[in-house]
Design a protein around this ligand. Structure first.
Ligand code: ADP
Length: 150
């Protein structure tokens, strides 16, 4: 059984995340979207809001479950017997950052990371840009799933 974990802040989930998730589904038997809660990080949306946006976006998809965690991603993955970690890549900066993390995670847990490249029309979307648009009352609707509301 292939069990993927897609960890992230999802503050909030965007069409970029949604695209990675939907394209990963045929590759695995189940997918846990793991919403990180880091006490040192300031979020725009509460943990519950971030979880609700995701749950409402994928409520008809039986392979997907949504959970939250704090601490090391690999500890969550080992606890849930994940067979792979899923991450998305938008650009070379993502690659440089993700490469080290994936190698350390592999070393710590033996769990490999599967990378999917962003779809070209989503490569410029990030949660940070969405938050910036939201905080200036801009039109963010074309960048996020319908469930996301400011
Ligand atoms: P983190 O704080 O862990 O980076 P994010 O929620 O920002 O959490 O991102 C989670 C994952 O989604 C990362 O692998 C990131 O590269 C990927 N991702 C974010 N935006 C996009 C996008 N537009 N296209 C593809 N992947 C994306």
């Amino acid at each position: 059984m292939k069990k993927y974990v897609f960890p992230g802040s999802f503050d909030p989930i965007t069409l970029g995340h949604q695209d990675i998730i939907e394209r990963a589904l045929p590759l695995c038997d189940s997918l846990i979207i793991a919403v990180g809660e880091n006490n040192d990080k300031k979020y725009m949306f509460s943990l519950q809001e971030r979880i609700d946006f995701i749950t409402n976006t994928f409520n008809n998809e039986p392979k997907i479950s949504v959970d939250s965690y704090n601490g090391l991603t690999v500890n969550f993955c080992v606890k849930h017997k994940a067979t792979a970690i899923l991450r998305g890549l938008r650009n070379p900066a993502d690659f440089e950052f993700e490469k080290n993390i994936a190698q350390v995670n592999g070393r710590l847990s033996g769990i490999d990371t599967v990378f999917l490249l962003t779809a070209a029309d989503h490569s410029y979307i990030s949660s940070g840009i969405v938050r910036e648009i939201m905080s200036h009352n801009g039109d963010y609707y074309s960048l996020v799933p319908k469930a996301v509301k400011k």
